[in-house]
Design a protein around this ligand. Structure first.
Ligand code: 13P
Ligand code: ZN
Length: 275
């Protein structure tokens, strides 16, 4: 089978396009990584080329040694992924030491994987362990309203989580663990990767202050849906704050907790004020 015919590749391309249509991927903003299953590799590996040089990942991901990933290219536009997938995305193989990678497919006009590769792979390692291999997707987008809120709310995970939960009833069902917050940091590279991966031990979503949103999940739909839900909630909060500085009413903590039974979720007690 051709790489581009594989369902996971089509789903990957679709997410890039949907994120672009949402307005979260100006220019080359945002990036996406998928940890490919062994059975998916065996379907498409005939097209792979193992002659490219090995390059440094910029960090060590021993638990991902010898695995394959579909990744967006650095400086490539999400806008163009659907139209020109082979020039915009690539499949990489991590070497046996977990410190280097090789491009085996894609980026036909040159280039390398996203500058956030250290973040994507370090976080992939954390979620692989945390979910016994279930989670496979790492997504970063420049969600407009989430970014706006990082200028007006304190950069505190309790404040952000409670505000986002209260803006729409189903938020706490979609992200019962809450959201982590990473202070402003230089994008790309190891430092932001290390800070984010500490938070991903507990959260499926991390807000990068004045930059964007980082979400992880089992598949493309749930990972995109998580970002979409958080951004929608942030949009409601931006509207509320634009109308008033005092809410007349909100969803109470008791009401939030009453959702747990019917929806089979456990809210992170760190973010609940119990009386
Ligand atoms: P890349 O083009 O290297 O993926 O960077 C975009 C970005 O959003 C960095 O945070
Ligand atoms: Zn970014």
């Amino acid at each position: 089978m051709k790489v581009l015919e594989a369902k996971f590749v089509q789903d990957f391309i679709n997410l890039c396009n949907e994120g672009y249509l949402k307005g979260w991927h100006e220019r080359n903003g945002g990036n996406l990584t998928y940890r490919i299953k062994d059975e998916e590799i065996s379907l498409i590996c005939e097209e792979f080329n193992y002659n490219n040089e090995f390059r440094d990942i910029g960090t060590e991901v021993k638990d991902l040694a010898n695995e394959y990933f579909l990744v967006t290219g650095s400086g490539k536009f999400m806008m163009n992924v659907k139209r020109d997938p082979e020039g915009s995305i690539c499949i990489i193989k991590v070497d046996e030491t977990g410190t280097k990678y090789q491009i085996v497919w894609g980026l036909v006009n040159g280039g390398h994987p996203t500058s956030e590769l250290p973040s994507h792979l370090m976080n992939m390692e954390v979620i692989k362990k945390r979910t016994n291999g279930k989670y496979r997707v790492v997504y970063h987008c420049h969600a407009t309203n989430v970014i706006a809120l990082t200028f007006v709310l304190p950069l505190d995970e309790k404040v952000f989580t409670r505000e986002l939960w209260q803006m729409a009833t189903e938020c706490c069902i979609v992200f019962p663990s809450g959201v982590g917050i990473c202070k402003w940091m230089v994008p790309g590279g190891r430092e932001i990767a290390v800070e984010t991966s500490k938070l991903v031990k507990e959260y499926d979503a991390v807000i990068w202050a004045h930059h964007g949103l980082f979400s992880v999940g089992e598949d493309f739909d749930s990972t995109f849906g998580l970002a979409d839900t958080i951004e929608k909630s942030a949009e409601i909060l931006v509207k509320v704050l634009s109308i008033t500085d005092k809410k007349l009413q909100t969803i109470t903590d008791k009401e939030l907790l009453s959702l747990e039974k019917d929806f089979n979720v456990k809210l992170n007690r760190k973010f609940i004020n119990e009386d």
